[in-house]
Design a protein around this ligand. Structure first.
Ligand code: BTN
Length: 348
């Protein structure tokens, strides 16, 4: 009822009388009043006027399930949300939810991760209250070799969502880092569980970390963007990573996380449907290539078989990067290297 009540108040933008809320949710006046009070305690600014009712003026920046769910307008992506204030990794939580039988589209979110996982065995810094840590459960019926492409589908979805929500120009560093003004704001880690005998996908977990308000606390403390950046991303990280807040440069404005989750889910649902039509990236390729950060720029390819230089051109239908070497040869750089982790888990 809580998420539905927030949704109703938010979507109407008008006063809703106590009676209307009672009728709608089939509960007593006291029950409505209790929920309203609870919401106020949780940081929602709700105006109550005699003879008019309640009106929602402001929502807090929380990743609680009821807040995220109250914003969702998708069919399946992110309709069911499981929140933890603190967790090891939302990818691990999501796997547990999958084992417990939760459906396609279930989303595990957290306010803080203490064992956030990055690609290639690295960690993912996950401080409390600042960023988005979420993992989406997918139960596809395509074959495992298609799975790495789903990470690119999520990449293009995050880029679209960031642009739509913040107006910042998001780019993709192939294969799936999202960057703003040349620094990383988002990483994606997809993990796959396969049937022991069948070799079919049991499920996929697409984990997304987006730096949202990192730097806000530092800015309030110092009033200096450079110092705030350095506090949020110390040392050499400050050249490589950033947050939406630091790039938006609106000193007193925190960026609400839940609406961004909604935009990502909306974009992913739309792009997933496109992906399923062809089981490759042919319908998403143009959009993806439009976001490619070093398109037509010089790149160095660190191929285990030997390093080489060239010009990055675009991705092909499989998500491989096409790099033109100086003698005009177009080489494919594969995004699909799969490193095996344990017996069942794979990092893509
Ligand atoms: C990368 O190395 O670029 C990928 C980082 C992925 C981080 C996200 S945060 C939510 C989800 N849970 C994790 O433990 N990792 C992913």
């Amino acid at each position: 009822m809580k998420s539905e009540m927030i949704r109703l108040l938010r979507e109407s933008g008008e006063y809703k009388s106590g009676q209307e809320l009672c009728d709608r949710f089939q509960v007593s006046r006291t029950a409505v009043w209790k929920v309203i009070n609870q919401l106020k305690e949780e940081g929602y600014v709700i105006e109550a006027k005699q003879n008019k009712g309640y009106r929602l003026l402001e929502s807090p920046d929380t990743m609680e399930a009821f807040e995220v769910e109250s914003r969702m307008i998708t069919k399946w992506a992110g309709r069911k949300v499981f929140y933890k204030k603190e967790t090891g990794s939302t990818n691990t939580d999501c796997k547990q939810l999958a084992q417990g039988g939760q459906p396609h589209g279930t989303l595990a979110v957290a306010d803080r991760q203490v064992k956030g996982k990055g690609r290639r065995g690295r960690g993912w810094e996950s401080p409390a209250g600042e960023s988005i840590y979420m993992s989406l459960l997918c139960r596809p019926d395509f074959l495992p070799d298609k799975a790495p492409m789903l990470t690119l589908v999520m990449g293009v979805s995050v880029a679209e969502a960031v642009e739509r929500y913040t107006g910042l120009a998001a780019k993709i560093k192939w294969p799936n880092d999202i960057v703003v003004n040349g620094r990383k704001i988002c990483g994606i880690l997809t993990e796959m569980e396969m049937g022991l005998e069948t070799k079919e996908i049991q499920y996929l977990v697409v984990g997304v970390g987006i730096n949202v308000n990192n730097g806000f606390a530092g800015m309030q403390e110092t009033g200096d963007w450079k110092a705030a950046r350095e506090m949020a991303f110390p040392g050499e990280l400050s050249d490589k990573a950033t947050s939406l807040y630091l790039e938006a440069e609106k000193e007193d404005t925190k960026i609400l996380r839940a609406p961004l989750v909604r935009y990502v889910m909306e974009a992913f649902e739309k792009n997933y449907v496109q992906f399923l039509q062809t089981l490759d990236l042919s319908l998403l390729r143009e959009s993806y290539n439009g976001y490619l950060v070093n398109r037509n720029a010089a790149v160095k390819v660190l191929d285990p078989g030997g390093e080489y230089a060239g010009i990055a051109r675009e991705i092909d239908d499989q998500g491989d990067l096409l790099v033109e070497t100086k003698d005009g040869e177009v080489k494919k750089v594969y995004s699909g290297e799969v490193s095996v982790r344990g017996i069942y888990g794979y990092a893509l």
